[in-house]
Design a protein around this ligand. Structure first.
Ligand code: SAM
Length: 229
């Protein structure tokens, strides 16, 4: 049973970072009525980070896969599902550590403002716990095939048209920075990264449709259009 739903800038899966903390995307955890009580959060404000347990709800009904080809390995090697963070797992349970910016209480309603999210907008949250550095940060941990943070892979530039579109949007500066971080991570499927193509890519971010092209390690953002306009 969800205790909350999280609002994020990501209305669709394509382009969402593959782990938390890779981009500075903010989210708001909106508590469900039975859990929307300030006393349940008393003391949490002293922690800088929280664990969010959630359901990969968009995969429900699509089953699970015994073997997974992690994007981290270029999609060429398969690993056992429990060696991965794939959403296609038996109970579709996910776990993300995010920065807790503030706990807002207005008219008795609790909202957790967080940063560094890797979740779809509307993801059901099933638990929240404080991140405990003394136990959760393991100094000598082995990181397997995903030891290091993925490097930003693409240089990102903005076409004049996209710059102009951003300039007209409230919060355009923050949106530009988020686009830059997301596109730099190169969300294209592995097989499209090796074949030269003149196609453009698109993702939805907040209420905007973002489009870009990639050529020789450089992404050019060509459009930032408000949807429904
Ligand atoms: N940090 C979490 C974990 O380790 O359990 C999530 C890792 S998973 C690889 C992150 C990806 O899951 C995102 O890039 C996005 O494609 C997908 N995703 C995020 N929220 C989802 C949801 N509610 N339902 C289905 N897929 C989701």
């Amino acid at each position: 049973m969800p205790i909350a739903y999280i609002r994020t800038p990501f209305p669709e899966k394509f382009g969402i970072p593959r782990q938390p903390g890779l981009v500075d995307a903010s989210g708001v955890v909106e508590m469900q009525p039975d859990f929307d009580k300030p006393e349940l959060f008393d003391g949490l404000e002293t922690f800088s980070h929280i664990w969010i347990s959630f359901i990969f709800h968009q995969c429900i009904g699509q089953g699970w896969r015994r073997r997974v080809r992690p994007p981290r390995l270029g999609g060429n090697q398969s690993m056992g599902v429990f060696a991965t963070r794939s959403p296609f797992r038996p109970n579709h349970l996910g776990l993300s550590v995010v920065r807790l910016e503030r706990i807002a209480v207005a008219q008795g309603r609790v909202r957790l403002h967080v940063r560094g999210v890797d979740l779809l907008d509307g993801t059901p949250v099933v638990d929240i716990k404080p991140y405990l550095p003394y136990v959760d940060r393991v100094e000598d941990a082995a990181g397997g095939f995903a030891f290091e943070r993925p490097e930003s892979r693409l240089e990102v530039v903005f076409a004049l048209s996209a710059e102009n579109q951003l300039r007209q949007l409230p919060g355009g500066k923050t949106l530009k920075s988020l686009i830059e971080q997301l596109v730099a991570l190169d969300p294209r499927p592995a097989y499209q990264k090796t074949t030269a193509t003149d196609r453009s890519y698109g993702m939805h971010l907040e209420n905007c449709n973002i489009r870009w092209r990639v050529e020789a390690g450089r992404a050019t953002v060509i459009a930032v259009e408000v949807m429904g306009q």
